[in-house]
Design a protein around this ligand. Structure first.
Ligand code: NI
Length: 137
C-alpha cells in the first residue's frame, strides 16, 4: 500500500445513511475501506474497457457421464488455449465434476470461452468471474 492521504467528502445525509447500511451489510470495519473497494472496482472495470486485459476464473459443474461431454469441453479449451493459464478438475461425487479454469487475456475472449463451455449440453452451471491483472490499479 502507498502513502495514505486523507480527504474530505460531502454527501447528502440520506445517501450517507444508505452507504452506512451497505457498509454494515458487507461487514466493512470503516467507511474508508468500503470507499477504497468501490474505487478499486471502478478502476478494474475501466481497465477491462480500456486495456482489454483481465485475469479471471471460469467455474463449471457438469455430469461427466453425458456422452461426448468431456471431449467437447476439452476441444473448446484447446481452441481457447491462448488465454487459459491453468485448470483444475475436482470429482465432486459419483456423477458431478467441478472444473476451475484460470484465464488471462482479453475480456471478450474470456467471455467467449465461458459462453462456449456453458452452451455444451450437460453443463449444469458455469460462471465467469473477471478480475484485474493487478496492473495499473
Ligand atoms: Ni470428475
Amino acid at each position: 500500500m502507498g502513502r495514505l492521504v486523507r480527504f474530505g467528502v460531502s454527501l447528502e445525509a440520506d445517501l450517507l445513511g444508505k452507504f452506512d447500511r451497505l457498509i454494515k451489510e458487507r461487514r466493512y470495519t470503516c467507511r474508508s475501506e468500503a470507499l477504497r473497494d468501490l474505487i478499486r472496482q471502478e478502476l478494474v472495470q475501466k481497465q477491462w474497457q480500456e486495456s482489454g486485459a483481465i485475469a479471471g476464473a471460469i467455474t463449471l459443474i457438469y455430469d461427466h457421464h453425458k456422452r461426448e461431454l468431456v471431449n467437447t469441453l476439452m476441444d473448446i479449451q484447446h481452441d481457447f488455449g491462448g488465454i487459459i493459464i491453468s485448470s483444475s478438475h475436482i470429482h465432486l461425487d459419483h456423477n458431478n465434476c467441478l472444473e476451475i479454469i484460470a484465464v488471462k487475456g482479453a475480456p471478450k475472449e474470456a467471455q467467449g470461452l465461458a459462453d462456449n463451455l456453458k452452451s455444451v449440453k450437460g453443463v449444469k452451471h458455469a460462471t465467469l468471474s473477471m478480475s484485474s491483472t493487478g496492473r495499473n490499479i
